[in-house]
Ligand binder design. Sequence first.
Ligand SMILES: Nc1ncnc2c1ncn2[C@@H]1O[C@H](COP(=O)(O)OP(=O)(O)O)[C@@H](O)[C@H]1O
Ligand SMILES: [Mg+2]
Length: 320
Amino acid sequence: MEKGFFITLEGTDGAGKSTQMKYLKTFFEEKGYPVLLTREPGGTAIGEKIRELILDNANEEMKDKTEALLYAAARAQHVEEVILPALQEGKVVLCDRFVDSSIVYQGEARSIGRESIEDINHFATGGLSPNLTLWFDLPPEEGLKRVASGGKVDRLEKEALHFHQKVYEGYQTLKNKHPHRIKAVDGKKSIDEMRREIRGIVIKKLKEVYGMKLVIAIVNDEDANKLLDSLTENRHRVTKLATTGGFLKAGNTTFLIGTEDDQVDQVMDIIKDKCETRKQVATSPAPVSGTTGVYVPHPIEVNVGGATVFVVDVEKHFKI
Ligand SMILES: Nc1ncnc2c1ncn2[C@@H]1O[C@H](COP(=O)(O)OP(=O)(O)O)[C@@H](O)[C@H]1O
Ligand SMILES: [Mg+2]
């Protein structure tokens, strides 16, 4: 993959993140993508030390702002030392928790405020944002039950259920704010059902980020040049085919436009704008003389312009 692919996993404790992360790793590896698994707030030697400091039951006097800054500090190290280099190498990076965790845990549940958390994290990450965030949607009491039966409970897991409820609501708000990036996964489903749901979401997102489309547009000759100008001005890759066939007096011109999935709407807007349908008088009607006099035929109005457009999925794309 040319630019890497960054996925974060979010959700309350026990929601199934670690379980599904392993499946995701296999999913990508089977497709031949190099994968990096990492987690917040660790992922680096410095980060792991900070993580110990944050989670240590002995540190009960830790202030909220201290905790928020420690998470951001670990993240800054993590982004520069691990995540960015991996993305630059074209890897798929799967990260267990990222900025969203800080927003909901420190910003919402600890009431520091979303904006302060967003600010310090923007500084820490240099604005890096995931291509996709999977939010494991499980009511906190369910997650806590799973974790409690799993053994040791750390300082954060011991917090009152009320705290976890605020975390859960924070995630819901975030998801509504970023519906394109954050996709909910139903944490109440079985492990296998969740695995399938996640697969579907990931495949869709991969197509969105890396999918190529071929737009084939057949337009009226009269519109061809202004369409070509506008498409090239907007940096689309266009091939104009020779004029063929024809309707009325003008011929048709066919364009092939190769584009990324998320650019198709823009291409369609340009075509709509430059090839709008309009009325034209098709023939200049000559008077006709008949036995009872001279008749002037009504002018024939026809629609010209418009376009016929096909948007086709590109399976493979070679440059030879
Ligand atoms: N879909 C599921 N249904 C029931 N139990 C699950 C499910 N997914 C994970 N678990 C179990 O719940 C516990 C917490 O899962 P885990 O993946 O560690 O969650 P997280 O990483 O989000 O804290 C583990 O014991 C795991 O086996
Ligand atoms: Mg986990």
